[in-house]
Ligand binder design. Sequence first.
Ligand code: ATP
Ligand code: MG
Length: 735
Amino acid sequence: MTSHPLLEQLNDKQCAAVGAPERHMLVLAGAGSGKTRVLVHRIAWLMQELHLSPYSIMAVTFTNKAAAEMRGRVEDLVGSSTRAMWIGTFHGLAHRLLRAHYMDVGLPQNFQILDSDDQQRMLKRIMRSLNLDEKRWSPKQAQWFINAKKDEGLRPHHLDGYDFNERTYKEIYDAYQVACDRAGLVDFAELLLRAHELLRDNRIVREHYQRRFRHLLVDEFQDTNSIQYAWIKLLSGAGEEKKEHQNFVTIVGDDDQSIYGWRGAKIENIHQFNRDFPNVETIRLEQNYRSTNTILSAANSVIANNSDRLGKELWTEGSTGDPIDLYAAYNEIDEARYISSQIEAWHEQGNALQDVALLYRSNAQSRVLEEALLHARIPYRIYGGLRFFDRQEVKDALAYLRLLANRDDDAALERVINTPTRGIGARTLDIVREGARQRGTSLWLAAKQLATEKVLTGRAANAVLAFVDLIEQLEDETGDYSLGRQVDTVIKSSGLMAMYQAEKGEKAETRVENLKELVNACDNFDQLDRPGEEEELSPLNGFLAHAALESGDEQADEHQDAVQLMTLHSAKGLEFPLVFMCGVEEGLFPSQQSLDEAGRLAEERRLCYVGMTRAMQKLVISYAENRRVYGQEKLHTASRFIAEIPSENLHHVRMQSRRSFSTDTPSYGRFHTGASHEAFEETGFQLGQRVRHVKFGEGTVLNYEGSGPQSRIQVNFDDLGSKWLVVAYARLERC
Ligand code: ATP
Ligand code: MG
């Protein structure tokens, strides 16, 4: 068997999984042991050896990017197209199902996806119309409640509403769902839930897909939630009495990498799988091919502190490798500067920037890192999180497009009816909302009717009618245009472009560039060959769905050699020769909340394990002793996870004494000022130094900018927090 080309470069256990006869399979193994590789080879095997058509295969991955990569790798292996294979995220696949069966699930053909931001706005509006006390009930909490219920498969009528809280949320959920259904809007959780209901309640549809998808393969299974698991069960017909066709499910996962418990993911689904599916063959992979011995044993030691593990051994034939560098930074700016200097050194040795990843616990940490990279002129790309399609101006433009595609899209109308300002004030909008509520119509229709029926009068009516005209004219005018030209026209005719052009400053410039980039994105999308999109979708609807589903993949020039920045969560499944894990401090990682809630600390530790095991050759861990959180400088200590790494695996990068630290690192300070350290030294102060101010008392020097008499110094006063002072006037004394 091992002579088969598909089994070359696989170890015995991997071969057993790839070349297994058709059956249910669970591949349970630690990080970097080749789980994803097994999945790819298994798909190729099914096609080549068992002669299955790609049409009969569905594969689920965690990100759109992973799906595209997987498709490419399978095609490389089999040398033919896999267009007919369904591959994507649970959300992406659910969206396809709903598009194909919109009538069966009671959605309009042009239904739109409501992203998290729009969902919150919509909830805010609904909660206002229910006259709920805004201080007591927050849209964010309502959003969380609704999504959590949907993830469990629960509709409002499933909730008993025993206590007052739940009763109120139930009422909000109810009103929200009515509004979404009326407007043809589907939020992320609804995609999964509705697709699930479709499969559950519609026997014909269910059997069609059961017949079609003989093999179902799921990567990163440890992070599936209840509704996703229920989906797999339905599609595979597990537990159904009479079945004419056979379905086989392969899941791969690692309980130690379950990091979405906070979003409803259930590790227990791994056990459940064994109970729900007959004759599951479990295969364990134990050899790690990714990391050096040092990195692997450090990661193993950290995760060993968790209890309730399924227990896996991981070993490698790889070299010992370098020790893990540990850098104790003075503050977050110093940390960022250290990292960028290390990247420069790496690059100077002839290594590629794209082989470097910067991982952090929370998105907000990226800003300082970005600043340091910009300063050092190191190109970077942010993966996930800060999505291009999340930016305000892009969302404005998309809202116009959504309204063109579907007039009943209330969320889109709310966003742009007065952007740019066209004299439709809050009062007019209130009247329109109330009108829509009373008549049970969309905001669009209500606005139009109220203006023509002269319920709205004078300037307000004219403004509303002008808006209605604008949208209708835009549709007439651009209906036959290419997508790019349509978007270009919409951005210009709506006044959006002029509005952002009129704003001043760098931010506005970026916004204008982003709008232009959106036109580029549409042009590219129009020309794209989209594999597997069988359903007829107009380019506009296709693009809107793409914008809502895609996460950040489009934001930077793919071809440029650039460092990758991302949260630890979005690094799952990826690997990089050089990895920096930053901000590894108590209170940040593990996060403050995780210290207060049972089970959360273990999840943070799994996240740490995920982060460490992304590194192939070299891992650098850093933490900052001072970090500004919500504008306040706070003292931090190294994370407990660092203490869990065996000391023989660590190399403490010399924490330069404050003195040598300042002379060694002339570029230290606020990155954009270019202030030299020598010039700062002339003021007689040093970073980290204790000083006294006549009025503010004692504090520590944190930062500086500028030089000479005008230089400013930032001091964290013990009683008052941090302040910026002009050195020449502050009359600070050294303690
Ligand atoms: P994670 O848990 O992080 O998702 P994984 O188990 O999915 O990891 P892969 O990403 O499939 O692991 O593999 C890790 C690395 O090891 C990849 O670079 C892969 O190409 C390589 N690899 C896997 N198996 C082998 C093998 N038998 N021989 C050589 N390299 C291998
Ligand atoms: Mg993987």
